[in-house]
Design a binder for this molecule. Sequence first.
Ligand code: B12
Length: 213
Amino acid sequence: MIDTAILKQKLGDLDEDGVIQALDEFIAGNPSPEETQLVVEACQQGMEIVGDNFENGTYFVGDLMYAAQILTSSLETLKPLMSAGAGQASKGTLILGTVAGDIHDIGKNIFKALSEAAGFKVVDIGIDQPAAAFIEAAKANDADLIGLSGVLTLSIASMKETIEALQAAGLRDKIKVLIGGNAVSQEASDFIGADYWTKNAAAAVKKGLEYVS
Ligand code: B12
């Protein structure tokens, strides 16, 4: 099994070759979806190191972009290992997007991959999406769940607007709303009026399955 502390640090250090080598060795060991989930969590923690270094002035926007590039290609490698349920009947429909003002999508894409693996039909509407786009997609696809992603502090206001629009469209009672990303917290969730909040995509998939069962 991979040493997740080392992987986390390698990503934090932007050591692309080190990350690739560690993941290649990990994959060669034929890991389970659960082991893969631990590796995804280590990558998420590595990105926190990157974020901290950006905040304290050691890294710049170019470093954030480089980190995103390393993580995105790593996730492509890990994606097939996360899945268990390809080909099964749909468990429900999830509309997923990053809210207005925010273009971060790596966490969203992880949640998407895990949700698809669990059997959800996922309609991914992309990044920087206004409330109206979520409502339109929810109506067009008869959604069971909506997933709002956001890592910026300002995303909290966009998430609140989206839920208010859902309410105004008369859809709030029939659709559960899950929120995720670095910006969310219990306090933010209470303010927004979400049904569930998390920074752990795997936990959210379990909750989603509970909602549709
Ligand atoms: C990579 C990165 C970028 C990349 C994003 C590339 C991409 N394609 O996403 C780029 C370079 C584009 C970028 C830009 C900017 N960034 Co940036 N970025 C990051 C960084 C380092 C990592 C984010 C990430 O991918 N994390 C890894 C993923 C896996 O974690 P996650 O998103 O939390 O997702 C997990 C869970 O939360 C959950 N999840 C996520 N979404 C959802 C949705 C649902 C429904 C559910 C259930 C679960 C779920 O599942 C995931 C797996 O478990 C963070 C630091 C951090 N700590 O987050 C800063 C950070 C978010 N960025 C920041 C900033 C300031 C910016 C810029 C303003 C910089 C600038 N001056 O231009 C711009 C903003 C652009 C915009 N309008 O959005 C700040 C935000 C500060 C704040 N409080 O608002 C942070 C926190 C860095 C910092 N510490 O200062 N950034």
